[in-house]
Structures are given as structure tokens and as C-alpha cells.
Design a protein around this ligand. Structure first.
Ligand SMILES: *Cc1c(COP(=O)(O)O)cnc(C)c1O
Length: 398
């Protein structure tokens, strides 16, 4: 082994010793309630395909049609010659669905977060994020150079203190040359990805208005699932019109891949002009855009409403036996990383896949099994899940 590989191998050894080693699992089937791994059929409780759309015929047909009509690739970035009809249709469909003036799609939610935050904020600004926000937001805030402040999870007191501090900071004469006002951005998820609980969006809107801050809400785990028109938790809380930056992904409830930002026309025009992850990246393939648009249309339809009802029925069934937050994400707290891995392995032996989530996805010593329900799970699937959990003493309610 050469010196380079030797060094990397010793780094990996440290990761392994901490119980944090990660490996890819090869799946030989489409995404769904049952997946094939190592020649074995497993009940899948790990996916964010909440409405069971990833392998839906409507999305697959839309993707196939887009390939036949527009090809496999786009040839360039959106601003050169890669802005194909499927991208425009997707963005019009998304904006209408979200009730927003405009939308812009990105190659991933991760790229959307980085694109919008770095386009609008720099070292003059303050970004206040919830302690549990997704890594894409933390990375984007760091990359922007803004002063990053972290408030306790859903802790409005803490947030208010930061907003007061930012207010004083912004009132002081600027040290650097700038022709614009320094700004404060608050960022939260609406449904938290690893805990499944909700952010107090109404109160956050009240605070941001009181302090003249802006609010960005990542609805990755809420779009398609909450609100009268399934726009997300902001709609359910009736504050969607007051949120400056609405972010989401096309890879979860919408069943495809990509990310998006929704908001005002000036916001979207700023992104087209300034978002580096949008400008300097080849356009997402036509198939992804077309499948995502079909996913949005399906979510909007009566069938989408039925899927959502199915999902909530399954969540209710499971919640009678396991403590959760009422969302499709049901974390089962274990603590120790190694122990969480052992439980995942024991469940795999029983034919059930629930992944262990460990540091750095969650804090050290807060490893958990992240159980997710989808609309595609049947009553029998839920029964098998509960029986397996019971046999490992993991059922928390009797
Ligand atoms: C998945 C996720 C993202 C990233 O979206 P991708 O499309 O997967 O890149 C961003 N935020 C949250 C909360 C997520 O769960």
C-alpha cells in the first residue's frame, strides 16, 4: 500500500472504532415498501418516498417520454443552452402548486440551499439556524461567510436573543464597505428530518417581522404531506405568504430528484443571476424534471389526497405502539452508535430494514433507528413491522 492509502486507511480505522463506519448497500429493485438486498426481500421502512411515487407509473411514463423527446442529457447549464421545456414546465407547475409567484429548480435540495444562501448573504449578514437544521443549510451558511448563530432546537427565546444581538450589530457603523443594509436570515426546517417534530412557524414569523429579519423554511419533509393543498407545514400554519424563501426537494414526496426554491419573482431572478450552484452546473436531466412535474401533479390530484390519507392511517397505526411526533418520521432513540447498528442488523435478519442514523447526521450518542412510513405500506406491512419490533423489545407503548 502506498503512503496515501496507508494514511486514509488509518483514518478509516478511527471511524470504524467509533462505530461510525458507513457502507453502501446495493439494492436490486425499484424503490418501494419492499426492496431486494443481497438476494433477500426486505420490508423497507427507510425511504423518504412518503407518497410512494418514486416507482409510480405516471412518473415513470413522464420520465420515459421526456427521454424520448428531449434525450438523456441537457448538454450545458441552464443559462447556456440547457434550459429545456421540461425544466420550465416543472417550475411553472411548482410555482402554481405552492401558490408562489415563481420557482427555480436545482440539481438537488443541497444545491438549492447553497445556491440561495450564498446568492443573498455575505459577511455583512447574520444567519440564525435551528440547532437541528440539515447539513445542507449549515454548509451553505458557512460558505456564505455570514455570521452563523445557532439557536436551541425550536427555542424561540434563544432565537429572540440572537435577533436582538443582530439588530444591535447591524445598527453599529459597518466596518466593511457595503452599499446595502446588513440582513438577518432565520432558517429552519418545518418538519425536522431526523426527529419528525415541527417548528413553531407562526411564532417564528411573528419574531422575524418584529425584528425585520427574513425567514427561510426547508419543507423537505412536509411538502406533499401538510396543508389544505399539500403545499407544506407553512400552508397548514397559514404563514406561507409571509415566508421570504421556501425551499424543498423533488426527491422525497415528489418521487424524483432535484431541489427547488419558491418565492417572489425578484427572488428567483436574483437566483438566476447569482446562485452559483445553479449557474455553474449542468442542467438536471430532462427525465428528472419531467418526473418531478408529474409528481407535483399527482400530489395535487385526488389520488394525491388519497395517498396522503393512506400515509396518515399507517402513521396512526404505528403510533399506537411506538412513541412518535405524529409525522411519517418516527425516530427510535438508542443512543450508542454500535448498539443502533446491532439492532438494525437484527431487524435485517427478520426481513425488516430500518436504518441506524448516527453522527454526524445526528449528535454523538444520539444514534437512533429512523423509521419512516410511506403511503405504499399495507396493513400487513405494519403488522410485520410491529411484530418484529416487539420481538426485539422495541415497542414503547403496550
Ligand atoms: C434531503 C434533505 C435536503 C437535501 O435535499 P436533496 O434533494 O436530497 O439534496 C435538504 N434539507 C432537508 C431537511 C433534507 O431532508
Amino acid at each position: 500500500m502506498n503512503a496515501f492509502d496507508e494514511e486514509l486507511t488509518s483514518r478509516l480505522k478511527v471511524v470504524r472504532e467509533q462505530g461510525l463506519y458507513r457502507e453502501l448497500r446495493r439494492i436490486d429493485s425499484p424503490q418501494g415498501p419492499r426492496i431486494e438486498m443481497d438476494g433477500k426481500s426486505l420490508l423497507n421502512f427507510s425511504s423518504n418516498d412518503y407518497l410512494g411515487l418514486a416507482n409510480d407509473p405516471a412518473l415513470k411514463e413522464a420520465a420515459a417520454e421526456a427521454v424520448l423527446k428531449f434525450g438523456a442529457g441537457c448538454g450545458a447549464s441552464r443559462l447556456i443552452c440547457g434550459s429545456l421545456a421540461p425544466h420550465h414546465i416543472l417550475e411553472e407547475t411548482l410555482a402554481a402548486f405552492k401558490g408562489a409567484e415563481a420557482a427555480l429548480s436545482f440539481s438537488s435540495g443541497y444545491a438549492a440551499a447553497s445556491g440561495v444562501i450564498c446568492a443573498l448573504f455575505d459577511s455583512n449578514d447574520v444567519i440564525a439556524v435551528d440547532k437541528l437544521v440539515h447539513a445542507s443549510i449549515v454548509d451553505a451558511a458557512r460558505l456564505s461567510g455570514a455570521k452563523l448563530r445557532v439557536f436551541g432546537h425550536n427555542n424561540l427565546h434563544d432565537l429572540e436573543k440572537i435577533l436582538r444581538w443582530a439588530d444591535r450589530r447591524h445598527a453599529a457603523p459597518a466596518l466593511s464597505q457595503t452599499d446595502r443594509r446588513p440582513r438577518t436570515l432565520i432558517v429552519t426546517e418545518s418538519i425536522f428530518s431526523m426527529d419528525g417534530d415541527q417548528a413553531p412557524l407562526r411564532e417564528m414569523v411573528r419574531l422575524k417581522e418584529q425584528f425585520g429579519a427574513w425567514l427561510m423554511v426547508d419543507e423537505a419533509h412536509a411538502t406533499g404531506l401538510y396543508g389544505k393543498s399539500r403545499r407544506g407545514l407553512a400552508e397548514e400554519c397559514e404563514v406561507d405568504k409571509q415566508i421570504e424563501i421556501q425551499m424543498g426537494t423533488l426527491g422525497k414526496a415528489f418521487g424524483s430528484a432535484g431541489g427547488y426554491i419558491c418565492g417572489s419573482r425578484p427572488l428567483i431572478d436574483c437566483l438566476i443571476n447569482r446562485a452559483r450552484t445553479f449557474i455553474f452546473s449542468t442542467a438536471p436531466v430532462p427525465a428528472a424534471a419531467a418526473a418531478a412535474a408529474a409528481g407535483v401533479r399527482l400530489v395535487e390530484s385526488k389520488a394525491g389526497e388519497e395517498r396522503r390519507n393512506q400515509l396518515w392511517a399507517s402513521v396512526a397505526d404505528v403510533s399506537r405502539h411506538i412513541d412518535g411526533q405524529g409525522s411519517a418520521i418516527i425516530p427510535m432513540m438508542i443512543g450508542d452508535e454500535g448498539k443502533a447498528m446491532q439492532i438494525t442488523a437484527a431487524l435485517l435478519n427478520l426481513g425488516v430494514f430500518i436504518p441506524a442514523v448516527r453522527f454526524p447526521t445526528v449528535a454523538r450518542g444520539q444514534a437512533r433507528l429512523r423509521l419512516t412510513m410511506t403511503a405504499a405500506h399495507s396493513r400487513a406491512d405494519v403488522e410485520k413491522l410491529l411484530a418484529s419490533l416487539r420481538s426485539l423489545n422495541l415497542v414503547t407503548k403496550t
